[in-house]
Design a protein around this ligand. Sequence first.
Ligand SMILES: Cc1cc2nc3c(=O)[nH]c(=O)nc-3n(C[C@H](O)[C@H](O)[C@H](O)COP(=O)(O)O)c2cc1C
Length: 376
Amino acid sequence: MSADGRAIERQKTNPLFNDHKLKLGTFSTNLSGGCTISTAEGVFDLNWPNTATLAKLADEMEFEALVPVGRWRGFGGETDFNGRGFESYTWAAGIGGMTNTPSVFSTSHISTVHPVMAAKQGMTIDHITGGRFTLNVVCGWYGPEFEMFGAPLLDHDRRYDLAAEWLTVIKRLWTEEEEFDFAGEFFNLKNLICRPRPVQGPHPVVMSAGTSERGKKFAAQHCDVGFTGPNGLDIDGLRAMVTDYKKMALDEFGRNIMVWSNAFIYQGETEKEAKELYDYCVMEKGDWQAAENLTRTLGIDRRVPDLDAMLKLKENFIAGWGGYPLIGTKEQVVEGLLALAGTGLDGVLLSWPRYIEDMTNFKEVTYPLVVEAGLR
Ligand SMILES: Cc1cc2nc3c(=O)[nH]c(=O)nc-3n(C[C@H](O)[C@H](O)[C@H](O)COP(=O)(O)O)c2cc1C
């Protein structure tokens, strides 16, 4: 916010709008295990110093995004994957205060946070960070979490109707000059106001994570960024998906949106060493029970055609939350990032199995090559 209380154009404060060819971020650094469902040594152990260490590493590489996962309970198995976690708005406030560059996200389940509270918290984080806040809207899918809140898990598409209303209230709170009332299908609210305004004008950046057609339409219509998993696609498949996604947003809603996805990195001095690390973390030490619980609850096990595909899907979740695989030497990892940039993706959230050790190594040996390759 400028001295006269007016919002600043968000392109000036939020790095998601910078001109880097491929924007980078971290994913799930607020939860135990990070993105890796494994008992392997060095897999992310959650405490504040560790989550802060990852944020600082990202800051030092001038990553654009720090994206937490919204999670309220774990997935069982030997690891109780993601069972220990920091809540994403308070996490973003703390992390925002200790970083300078990245956009700090809060991943918010629509039905666990009232829109007045979400608007107020988001606005506060936007001030803490000088205009680097991004709201990541997720509709949720993990039934036992919703039972914790006594909130019904609506039918899939109805969740997006609710999300549209929830987000409309928030955007109006962030942008309107006058107090207003809101009468919708899900919310009936009076005397709505949120002061001060967020730093970013017209309002903080909004992302939504989802892979279904309905989820993508919601992001295309209401958000600035669509975040979608690669779903086992290869580079050509990803290129087609990104092209279709952006075209749909433009054709149906007249909007240009950014599209982001996620990838995991297993790097070694040699390709053989990288594959051995993968085999150790995933095949030998993977927590297949937690992966089974996760994929079954998410319902994606019903979408795969046979047992082999099911095993591959679980393997991919164990390795890095279903992300795009980047396995090999530092040069091969950079080639993979170049290929991802070539698909039209605006950004990729990264994770590493032994998050702190591997990301530190990436910063020292790989990141200079990423810059040299012209991606940054
Ligand atoms: C990349 C990505 C990140 C997600 N992050 C979260 C999250 O942090 N918390 C959550 O409950 N759901 C998360 N989801 C789940 C989605 O919000 C959504 O509920 C789920 O994908 C089912 O909706 P869909 O069928 O529209 O994809 C994520 C999904 C994707 C694709």
